[in-house]
Design a protein around this ligand. Structure first.
Ligand code: AMP
Length: 229
């Protein structure tokens, strides 16, 4: 199974990705994580990417496209996350899949309105005991308890980039741009899915984590059952 997942920062895409990846034992190919790894290793690719990333801008296509396509070539059964992020990347990815005879099973899009996505990012609180304890001042279901971690009572911190409104704005501008940005890539794949090349799954990012999980797995299982019939 090969899946491409889309969703703005703050839409719960990270949670959904780890759920699908574990459930279907997929290789999680996350373009942002690949860049971060290259930066920490001090490679040439990392040096090229660093300044763009710190400004919340996209790394140039000449660098990002070959990097992701080479990674895909080495994997089977993957979940692609963070790529494509613009129309050109969308087209190049599709060309590469076609040329190599690689089938896409699903595109998943987690939809969330921009202002809500921003509030969620800014409300995120990180537990000093574990990054996997969910706490958010702007999501009722995971509101901290008396100012402490709702899971273990630990101290809570903010992540610096979560409070940088200019950087959030910049990243969201790229995402919500329907002409050249990520929503242009989403629309490109939506068109392909309508011609029956693969299936589209749309999720309502306003839903709670548990509801979203159930909805997502149900949609995947339904499609898989239809394919098996
Ligand atoms: P992420 O972890 O997905 O939010 O990505 C962090 C940063 O990595 C982005 O703000 C971009 O600077 C860079 N990046 C990740 N994926 C891509 C991509 N597909 N194309 C260009 N730059 C990317």
């Amino acid at each position: 199974m090969n899946i491409v997942i889309f969703g703005p920062n703050g839409s719960g895409k990270g949670t959904q990705s780890s759920l699908i990846k574990d459930r279907y034992e997929l290789t999680h190919i996350e373009s942002g994580a690949i860049f971060r790894e290259q930066i920490s290793k001090g490679t040439e690719l990392g040096c090229q990417a660093k300044s763009y990333m710190s400004r919340g801008e996209l790394v140039p296509d000449e660098v990002a496209i070959p990097m992701v396509i080479e990674t895909l070539e080495r994997s089977s059964n993957w979940l692609l996350d963070g790529f494509p992020r613009n129309r050109t990347q969308a087209e190049k990815l599709w060309e590469a899949l076609q040329a190599r005879g690689i089938e896409l099973s699903f595109m998943v899009e987690s939809q969330l309105e921009q202002e809500l996505a921003k509030q969620r990012i800014m409300g995120r609180r990180i537990c000093v005991e574990s990054p996997h304890h969910p706490n958010n001042l702007n999501i009722e279901a995971i509101y901290p308890i008396s100012g402490k971690c709702r899971v273990c009572g630990g101290e809570l911190q903010t992540r610096k980039d979560d409070q940088d409104e200019a950087a959030i704005e910049q990243r969201h501008q790229v995402y919500y741009d329907t002409k050249q940005g990520t929503l242009a890539a989403v629309n490109y794949y939506r068109e392909l899915s309508r011609s029956g090349k693969f299936d589209e799954i749309i999720l309502d990012g306003r839903m709670g984590i548990q509801e979203l999980k159930e909805e997502l797995l149900l949609k995947i299982e339904n499609k898989m059952n239809k394919i098996r019939e």
